[in-house]
Structure formats: structure tokens, C-alpha cells
Ligand binder design. Sequence first.
Ligand SMILES: NC(=O)c1ccc[n+]([C@@H]2O[C@H](COP(=O)([O-])OP(=O)(O)OC[C@H]3O[C@@H](n4cnc5c(N)ncnc54)[C@H](O)[C@@H]3O)[C@@H](O)[C@H]2O)c1
Length: 255
Amino acid sequence: MPEHPCRRFHDRVALITGGAGGIGAATARRLAAEGAAVIVVDVSDAAGQQVADEIVRAGGQAEYRHGDVSSAAVWEELAGHVRERYGRLDVLHSNAYAVVVKPAHALAEEEWDRQLSVTLKASWLAVRAFAYLLGESRGSLVLTSSVHALVGLPGHPAYAAAKGALCAMGRQLAVEYGPAVRVNTVLPGPIMTAAWDRVDEGARADSAAQTVAKRFGEPAEVAAAVAFLASSDASYVTGATLVVDGGWSVVKDSS
Ligand SMILES: NC(=O)c1ccc[n+]([C@@H]2O[C@H](COP(=O)([O-])OP(=O)(O)OC[C@H]3O[C@@H](n4cnc5c(N)ncnc54)[C@H](O)[C@@H]3O)[C@@H](O)[C@H]2O)c1
């Protein structure tokens, strides 16, 4: 993790959920490279600790905290910890998710509830726990939605419902907590992370071919967008949704 030439987060504190892998880990690395002290929250302890250790070895500031983001108690504990250890929070990237790929009629009630809890309710719990600290530091909240908020893809009813709701909630929170806190939502398209482990090669190739870029995105490319939205470079951007999908959502092959 070489130091980034931009130092937009010098002396800032950032908390990233789902920070043990993929987009969350890339965001943790990017914000740390730009000077932030980062708190990586995840349930995948070995991987989360590794992300934090890597950042520290490279000269950055990071710690790993175990936490299931769907639990209100976890958020209260995190808020207490952050208040005590850092006394501030400048950036909160709410990014963890859960998905069960099944058609709506085949989903069990617990599967619906779990996806909504981890993917949507967690962002509300995050705000409830951190609104005050974020407001005090005139901070920024970034939510990770998805292109599933824009188009239908078979087998993702609860995931799409949660991701669509995150866009609406992001706008709502921007109005409710502005001007002190800016709130924006990033909508990734196909990004090569562990989320694609369960998808076969053929389907992956199709997804890449369905972008204008003709490739998967890298987690770091979403992290760059998150860092922009969280930074003072986006000082006049709030309540916005930013699609980072290599053009996946704007291209249609009609040949
Ligand atoms: N990768 C893509 O193509 C893609 C596309 C659109 C949106 N997204 C979104 O990007 C975000 C990050 O996904 P990713 O692709 O980096 O996936 P990932 O699987 O690499 O990372 C997700 C992380 O969330 C953690 N997590 C899961 N449940 C948790 C819980 N209850 N509490 C705390 N942490 C938990 C996992 O352990 C994992 O480290 C998600 O919100 C996902 O919906 C990803």
C-alpha cells in the first residue's frame, strides 16, 4: 500500500464495513493510503485482520473489529469504541451485504430477512449509531448499492429490493443530516471480487462482454469513487448516486 499522492484523509478516521475483502478492503487501503486511520469491520476475522495488518505494515493506521453489521448491539459497541479511541468519525462506508440467489417464490422467510438485515438495515443502524459523530466532524456517509437497483436480474429479489432501497435511503439521509453530513451512494457493476466465486466462467465472460469497457472492474476502481464521494473534492455532492459499472447499465446489444 504505497502512500497515495492525494492526502485527502490526513488526520481523518474512516470505518468500512465488509472491509475484509473486495470493494471494502480496497476502500480501506485507498483511504489509509490517503492518510486516514481506518477501522475495518467484518465477520471474516482472518481476512479482516490481514487487511489491517497489511495497511499498518505499509505505514498506515488500521485496526480490525469483528462485527455482524445486522446487529444493533454491534453498532452501539462500535460507536463506543470509536468515540473512546478516536473521538471522531469522518467517513463511514456501509458496504457489507448478503445475497441468496433464488427466485422470489423459493426464498425462505429467514433468507429474505437476512439479506435485508445485512444489506439494508445495517446502514440504518450505522446512521443511528454514528449520526452524531459524523455530524460533529462534518463527515460523509457512502452506501454501497448496486446496478441491481436499476435493472432486474433473475434470482435476486431481496438483494435488488435492498439495493434499490439503499438509493432511496441515501437521498433521504442526505436531506435529513445535511448540510453537516453528506450522504452518497455508489452503484458498482461487475467487479472482480469473491462475490463472483460462485459464478461459472461462461457467465463471467458474458458479464464482462455486457459492459462498454469489455472487462470486469477492479475493486480499486470502486474504491476510487468511494474516496472521491467521501472527500472534500465532493463537497457539493450529496444525495447522489454514482454508477461505477464500465457502462454495463447503459449498453444494450440490439443486433
Ligand atoms: N462485486 C460486484 O460485482 C458487486 C456489484 C455490485 C455491488 N456490489 C456490492 O459491493 C459490496 C461489496 O461486495 P464485494 O463484491 O466486495 O464482496 P466481497 O464478498 O468481496 O466482500 C463482502 C464482505 O462483506 C463481509 N460481510 C458479509 N456479511 C457481513 C456481516 N453480516 N457483517 C459484516 N461483514 C459482512 C464479508 O465477510 C466480505 O468480507 C456489496 O454491498 C455488494 O453488494 C458488488
